[in-house]
Each structure stands twice: as structure tokens, then as C-alpha cells.
Ligand binder design. Structure first.
Ligand code: PEP
Length: 255
């Protein structure tokens, strides 16, 4: 099966809802009609409703950056999968390295969220990746495999088609340093093996995104690699022209 790219923007804690509206409008104007590449934007919770309205009628999907695994109840400050669905979210970013680092999220907790998102009918984007210390210590593959297998534990093969994995080397996020295409492909190939070990043939169709300072200048070389099926984009997703340029690169590689 030919690969289908996903370009997803992780806006992190940026943009008021007015700014989010303007950014979504710019993205929709540039790439809101094409259907050969999957595209998503993931604003903050407070901008989801505005973004959802601005995306209406376009091919760009909405995603959230986090959620809590329980369906409802006494969890002050948290947001459930159903609440995200209510705003029309298709995707939810889970286990981002910033959440693992600053909010001490574990593979077990992330796995609960992944299963909750899938049960609700959303597509989790499970983020995995090693720190610089782990890379230099030679444990990249062990670390990433543990995060993939832990994050997807007990996910049935029937739900594999809704899973997305993002390989984001922590040392490349927001630093301007990018993994070389060969470095990224090496890890993506190992992730692919993990996915096939979990889901057999269905694992071959799961989109594995690269994230970590992907930008218009380096996207083509990364996206050409066999097991790189798209990008999770931080900094370069905050401007409509750079984000649209990444989408256009994926479109031209899809032809
Ligand atoms: C991210 O945080 O998901 C990310 C990839 O950020 P950046 O593109 O800014 O490195």
C-alpha cells in the first residue's frame, strides 16, 4: 500500500483564540481543499472551539494536545475524550516528551490515555523519543521500543488503524537540531518492527511521524525515508506559510 502522509501541527501553549482563528484561516486558505495528505492542527484546549469552527468544511482535521483517561468525574482541571470529541477532535497528542518531563507522565498512564482515546473513537498520536543522554549512552532503541510497547499495551489489533506514532528525539525538539534522515529512519524501522510485533500486518499501515525541528528546508529529505509517514511539527506549525509549505512537500511526494 502506498504511504499516506500526515502533517500535524502541535501548537503547544501558544496562541490566544483570536490568534488561533487567524492561523487556522491562513492554513485553510492555503491547503484546506486538498485531500491527498492528512493534515491536522492541535491548538490549546481554549482554542478548540474557535479552531473547529474555522476548520468547518475544509479537509484539515482538529486535534488536542492532551486528555485525561477517565470518562468524567472528580478530576479538577482535566478534560475527557468525549469533551474533545464534542469539539470535533479527530486526533489527540499523547505522551509528548514535555508532558513526560514536566508532568512526570509514565508509559502506564499514557497507555491508559491511548486506550481511552481509541475507545472514544479518536486517533491518538503517541509520542516517543530518547534524550541526548540516552542517545549518547547507546540506549535509543531500547528506550523508544519500551515507550511504544508500553504506550500501546493491550490495544487490540482491530484498533491499530486509528493509532499514530510520532518519533520525536527529545534533543531535537525546539532546538533547531534535526535527526538526519538516516538516523530518523533507523529508529522508525525499529518502531515499525514493534508495531508489527503488536499488530501483525496492520502494523505496516500505521503512520509513524517524525518530530523535532522539521521545517520546510529539511522536510523533503526526511519525508522521503521509507518509514517516515509524516511530521509532528512544533515551531514551524505556528505560521501558515511554513506549515502549508510542509503540507505541499508531502503532497508533491505523494504523486
Ligand atoms: C514538537 O514538540 O512536537 C516538535 C516537534 O517541536 P519542534 O518542531 O518545534 O521541534
Amino acid at each position: 500500500m502506498a504511504k499516506r502522509y500526515l502533517i500535524a501541527g502541535n501548537w503547544k501553549m501558544n496562541k490566544t483564540s483570536g490568534e488561533a482563528k487567524a492561523l487556522v484561516e491562513g492554513i485553510v486558505a492555503a491547503v484546506g481543499k486538498q485531500t491527498s495528505v492528512d493534515v491536522a492542527v492541535c491548538p490549546t484546549f481554549t482554542s478548540l472551539e474557535t479552531a473547529s469552527k474555522a476548520l468547518a468544511g475544509s479537509s484539515v482535521k482538529l486535534g488536542a494536545q492532551n486528555m485525561y483517561p477517565k470518562p468524567s468525574g472528580a478530576y479538577t482541571g482535566e478534560i475527557s475524550a468525549d469533551m474533545l470529541l464534542d469539539f470535533g477532535c479527530t486526533y489527540v497528542v499523547l505522551g509528548h516528551s514535555e508532558r513526560r518531563e514536566y508532568f512526570k507522565e509514565t508509559d502506564e498512564f499514557i497507555n491508559e490515555k491511548v486506550k481511552s482515546a481509541l475507545s472514544a473513537g479518536m486517533k491518538p498520536i503517541l509520542c516517543v523519543g530518547e534524550t541526548l543522554e540516552q542517545r549518547e549512552g547507546g540506549s535509543t532503541i531500547d528506550v523508544v521500543s519500551k515507550q511504544v510497547l508500553g504506550g500501546l499495551k493491550d490495544v487490540p489489533a482491530s484498533q491499530a488503524e486509528n493509532v499514530v506514532v510520532a518519533y520525536e528525539p527529545v534533543w531535537a525538539i525546539g532546538t533547531g537540531k534535526t535527526a538526519t534522515p538516516a538516523m530518523a529512519q533507523e529508529v522508525h524501522a525499529e518502531i515499525r518492527k514493534n508495531l508489527v510485533s503488536l499488530f501483525e500486518e496492520a502494523g505496516n499501515n500505521i503512520q509513524i511521524l517524525y518530530g523535532g525541528s522539521m521545517k520546510p528546508e529539511n522536510a523533503e529529505a526526511l519525508l522521503k525515508e521509507k518509514d517516515i509517514d509524516g511530521g509532528l511539527i512544533g515551531g514551524a506549525s505556528l505560521k501558515a506559510d511554513s506549515f502549508a509549505s510542509l503540507v505541499n512537500t508531502a503532497i508533491s511526494l505523494s504523486k
